[in-house]
Write a protein that binds this ligand. Sequence first.
Ligand code: FMN
Length: 336
Amino acid sequence: MFIQRRTPALVLAPMDGVTDALMREVLTEISPFSYCVTEFIRVSALVPSDRVFLSDVPELNNGCKTLCGAPIQVQLLGGNPERLAASAQRAVALGAQGIDLNFGCPAPTVNRHDGGATLLKYPERIEEIVGTVRAAVPHEIPVSAKLRLGWDCMSSIHANAERAARGGASWITIHGRTKMQGYTPPAYWRPIGEVRAMLDIPVVANGEIWGVDDLKRCQDETGCEHFMIGRGALAEPGIVRACAQVLGMKIGPSHVDMLDGDPARWRDLLSMVVARSMICNESERRSVSRLKQWLNYAHKRGTVSWFDELKRMASHDEILARLGIYASTSSGREAA
Ligand SMILES: Cc1cc2nc3c(=O)[nH]c(=O)nc-3n(C[C@H](O)[C@H](O)[C@H](O)COP(=O)(O)O)c2cc1C
């Protein structure tokens, strides 16, 4: 369902604030992702309630798949092995088919509370956390770990990845940067390849894959067959289909090939997202904020030219009017 040896995979990266359920639905519909990982669910003083899981991962009510059938892995973040294990059990009881453990989040508030990348300083704790969660859920539920290369030293990945594997991780995903490197390019893929050669479990390579050329270089440098793509899939959705073609994966009729920043394709895509947001009665503020975060990546890659205008917009009406779909009037909406 998730990672299988000798079957290439393209994974949608978890991106807190962007890849919520609605975006997972849209992105898996338009791109041939093998599966996706939820934004992190924080496990601090308490095990998250059923309500939290079901609101963050409504796909639990759909066999833990998006509507178009892409599997979802539930990601947990925290530093307490027992509470993480109890949270994983709760997620599985609600229908989760796979658990991912976050050892990479660089946010200071998360790190101050013993979560995310801070654990990269303690390889033995990574083993304990993975082992405790692994032991708590049924054998057929994969438990994976998502790591950065280290806190401030790239070679930490060797010990951390080995400990995650010893704890029983089904596979590991490695973002090729330390916490201190944040999101500043480049991503360092070579250490990912060293870990792949060292371990007997699959390794998913991640970081700075913005197109087919990056994918091929990452493939060469790491020897990996599985790749996770985040911001690139937002900036230029067509790259996922192009990468899938390189990997010999199956492409479907709904998978878009928009690679050239074609305004008409962006208009169709954005209007689809806005329409879905309206149908599910999502808060407009939330929806507009997510669109801005998303299109900021497209703007930086030069695939959307009107981001400066978008930044000042506060409503669906304004965005749709800009897209030429319909205009706001004093009496309400009116078809253009
Ligand atoms: C806005 C944003 C939010 C993120 N949230 C998460 C998260 O919730 N969990 C996680 O493991 N990684 C998170 N990441 C890291 C990404 O999953 C990924 O590792 C990183 O963006 C590098 O991949 P890319 O270069 O393909 O974007 C986030 C990244 C961004 C940009």
